[in-house]
Design a protein around this ligand. Structure first.
Ligand SMILES: [Fe+2]
Length: 319
């Protein structure tokens, strides 16, 4: 059947296949494809799943697990061609056996690490930091990192924007060109800063009581990296975070809490220790603490992207 005959069978531009140049005069012209407002507008992709990862932390915390990385990979559900927890964020757990080393060299602008258990040190470029349980640190993507667990096995939660770079087939920043240097937020300082927030108090117009992590170089954007926001959110016993939505996606690590759950578009999602949960973009969500101690959960969002695009779309959904 000729192309003209094929075209005669199509009654809507929405049903047209990709079109190519009729008589390409060069390789560059032959590479061109043509779509239209019927078949390439308001493109629909598989939704970001309302997932919770519990097997990955279980494996990471298993004494038998060797030193290495365990990814929370939802790329199949999202039909994404590279590992991804959400379209722009990849979350992993790292287990490092006592005395062992783990080398990480992610293609990202920076990697966020939270220490779930153990203590040790990380070398990044010409700097070394010593970390312990409850610490958070951000290692810039212009250098590989070498992590060493001291005395006991260590488990880390690791979040990067590798999918963001993979989407554009980009490389990590050249040495000295990362958006931030190495930044360390020790557990005791995180607790001190959180206490300050509770002492000062909040209001109903503020979404939760969260400590936002930034740095000298990223302070203007209030973010930890240009595209990523990181926050230690908290819920007092019996407390709940006012229901809201935003266009950024969140990956969260359950750090502490008993009898806690989230409501995601009307669906209850119970928290499990050290689980990673995805809060899909635009979903109406709230977090609840029915337990009797302060709940803490570490949240990383691709919020910087939406702030920069002026498209965060934040709104409370209970009004
Ligand atoms: Fe939220």
């Amino acid at each position: 059947m000729t192309d003209a005959a094929k075209l005669s069978l199509v009654t809507s531009i929405a049903d047209l296949p990709a079109q190519s140049a009729g008589q390409p005069a060069s390789k560059a012209e032959s590479r061109a494809r043509y779509f239209n407002s019927g078949n390439a507008f308001n493109v629909r992709l598989p939704a970001v799943p309302n997932a919770v990862f519990v097997d990955e932390p279980r494996r990471a915390l298993d004494l038998a697990t060797p030193t290495g990385l365990i990814a929370c990979d939802a790329s199949a559900a999202m039909q994404c061609s590279f590992p991804a927890t959400t379209p722009f964020v990849l979350t992993r757990y790292a287990r490092i056996r006592a005395g062992a080393q783990l080398q990480t060299d992610f293609v990202c602008s920076g990697a966020i690490f939270f220490v779930i258990q153990g203590h040790g040190q990380t070398e990044a470029g010409d700097e070394t930091i010593h970390w312990r349980q409850g610490d958070l640190f951000m290692a810039p993507g212009d250098h590989a990192q070498r992590h060493i667990a001291i005395d006991d096995d260590a488990v880390l939660w690791v979040v990067t924007n590798e999918p963001q770079l993979a989407f554009e087939n980009l490389r990590a920043p050249a040495p000295g060109n990362a958006p931030s240097g190495l930044v360390h937020y020790p557990a005791a300082e995180i607790d001190r800063q959180l206490e300050t927030l509770y002492t000062v108090g909040s209001s109903d117009e503020i979404a939760g009581l969260a400590l936002i992590f930034s740095s000298d170089q990223q302070a203007a954007g209030r973010n930890i990296l240009p595209s990523l926001t990181a926050a230690m959110n908290s819920l007092p016993p019996g407390g709940q975070q006012r229901a809201h939505r935003h266009n950024s996606v969140a990956v969260s690590l359950v750090v502490d809490g008993d009898n806690c759950f989230s409501m995601i578009d009307g669906e209850r999602k119970d928290w499990a220790p050290w689980a990673t949960t995805i809060t899909p973009p635009v979903s109406a969500h709230s977090h609840h603490n029915d337990g009797d101690r302060l709940a803490k959960f570490l949240i990383v969002q691709d919020g910087g992207l939406y702030y920069h695009a002026r498209t965060m779309g934040f709104e409370f959904t209970d009004t």
